[in-house]
Design a protein around this ligand. Sequence first.
Ligand SMILES: *Cc1c(COP(=O)(O)O)cnc(C)c1O
Length: 369
Amino acid sequence: MPRGMNITSYANQYVLDLVAYQPGKPIEETARELGMAPEQIVKLASNENSLGPSPKAVQAMVKAASHAHIYPDGASFDLRSRIAKDFGVSFEQTVTGSGSSEIIELLCHAFMHPGKEIIAAKHSFSMYPIMCKLFGATYVEVENKPDWSHDLMGMLKAITPQTRLIFITNPTNPVGTMVFQEEMDAFMAQVPEHVVVAFDEAYIDFADVKPDTAKYLHQGKNVIIMRTFSKAYGLAGVRAGYAVSTPEIADMLNKARSPFNLNCIAQAAALAALDDREHVERSVEMVRAGREQYYRTFDSWGIGYIRSQANFILAKVGKGREVFDKALAQGVILRQMDGYGLPEYIRITVGTERENARCLEVLAGILGK
Ligand SMILES: *Cc1c(COP(=O)(O)O)cnc(C)c1O
């Protein structure tokens, strides 16, 4: 290496420029810093399920653990067969990922390199720009509509010959709004063939109305529908997600993934979780009731918020970072939104009634309500 040269000067500039994903602050770390017991911390930062995993999934994981010395089924045969059956598609149209974040990465492996473009809503999941930039590609943001939902017609206008992916996050993170069937149909009718529409349905279980996106697949359009076990299914810690798409796209993603990307514990947990509808319904019920709990309180305080179709709420608290710090000092972990370009807001995951009450009690103190 020439004198004065650092190894980084030989690296990919777009990797050096990357700002890494900022996860919610972990419970253990917070407990350590505050000198509190982990049980005293309330984490409402990462849209996890406060009811925990399905007991059936836990049982399946314990059973799978005794086979941990054997490589997992690289094809995730049982899980993908089940997903194929649920969606009415072929096995070849499915792909599993270490969380649906990995599916986003696999899409970039297949379609992104310098010069290519991704289109997404300005206020949506921060993993999209990170992955896009990791591949040296161009990230095009389209301003959300005044009601905060995706501006699908604006996204259509942003399409160029270099566009390869459009992300439709439904419901969207971090705002919690949705786009509905009619609007989506009109959009899909106009998307050109060189563009893949990626429906990120991480929060679809919480939505009151669930638009049919599988029909675009049955129509032979270039779409991919991504789901995760991290939210309603309460399995964020085991890292499991999946997608259904066209045979061509799914085949590319299956080629690009590492051969054992879903470990044996995750495969067992995901399969068992799909069978426990009751647990998902209980979780969705908890979130519906919790959203009302927050709305009622915010209304009585005269605080702005965005009505959500997901398991989190954006509340307009003024100085979001300050509120985040003060809540954290009292053992309530929320999500600061400055990184999302929403510094006046704080994102609150809807938890159990007790957790929500604790969060509201702390917020009342901070905001002088
Ligand atoms: C949480 C989330 C995901 C999935 O995360 P994984 O844990 O990697 O499955 C995907 N998209 C959005 C918008 C999310 O908020």
